[in-house]
Design a protein around this ligand. Sequence first.
Ligand code: APR
Ligand code: ZN
Ligand code: ZN
Length: 362
Amino acid sequence: MKAAVLHEVNQPLVIEDVSVPNPGPREVLIRTRVAGLCHSDLHFMEGLYPHPLPAVLGHESAGVVEKVGSDVTYVKPGDHVVTCLSVFCGTCDQCTTGRTVLCTDTTVKMLPGQSNRLSWGRKEKLNQFLNLSSFAEQMLVHENAIVKIRKDMPLELAALIGCGVITGYGAVVNTAKVQAGETVAVIGCGGVGMAAINGAAIAGAGRIIAIDTNPVKLQLATKLGATDIVDPARGDVVQQVRELTGGGVHHSFEVLGRKETAEQSFAMLAAGGTATIVGMIPFGQKIELHGFDFLRERRIQGSSMGSNHFRVDMPRLVEFYMRGKLHLEDWISAKLKLSEINEGFAAMKAGKTVRSVIMFDA
Ligand code: APR
Ligand code: ZN
Ligand code: ZN
């Protein structure tokens, strides 16, 4: 099968012939149908986060089950599934207390540099990425890295749920637990930020402020539920948000992964407000906050993959789409072939796309 391989950071991905073995007892082989391009892939491609290379990237996907391991009862060949990198064991302390994204059991994970499920006829080991490696025609994953979905759900839209949508929506609904009527600001309106905005609308947030340097994104944000837009070109972002809200927001979401926007997210809070950092701030980078702001009970927290319980959350998101509440069609800016993947990442770098998806042949 074909897979896009990152050989070295800051180099284009190369399409290579790769093979996977038969599924182990708890593994599932999936025919990849759609894989989304997420900014997290780009963070790794640019070396802002370390990962053993060469590796097959990609972690936002949907497909059809091809084969299952001897102990797998959850799915059967032909089932439609969405993948999730938050593979869980179900029995560790984190899992049994409901925080499956923080699962500590390494036996269910494909550990970077250790997992050995991909081969490519060379001596050099090919690494799997985030338990998935979706930029490939087939994926061999743990059974607890997938969720079954209804077959009338279009797979290109389902794929988006696998990372961008669950990450943004989950940050609002699961991590921050936004209440009806509260004010929300979202900094960075790419695929993940748009999902945060749409999620805030579903949660019944009172005012939803979209902040992005790209006016096209701000227009789309309005369609997804933003009530106000803030363009950084028009002046200080924090001041604009304070003026709009008369003192700051209850919740802010940083969905970009930069020091300055993380600092803005904290500075724009009303007393008692909470900033949630969704973006991946470059490894090793520190952020600075005004200590005084904590006196008024402001909080800042991280959110990983939207603190998801994906077996529950993702089918719900499918239902939201089916009922017209989640506007997934608006996310897709381009449909690409696997061979066009580098063009897709170039467009992301230029901030032009919400989501580009790779469509694999059926
Ligand atoms: N202020 C506000 N918005 C900005 C700024 C800025 N200074 N600079 C860039 N942006 C906007 C871009 O115009 C773009 O719309 O941020 C958005 C980023 O979107 P994508 O590149 O599509 O990123 P996305 O895939 O949504 O991921 C965002 O979340 O999960 C993490 O790792 C992911 O850190 C990444 C973040
Ligand atoms: Zn992602
Ligand atoms: Zn666990």
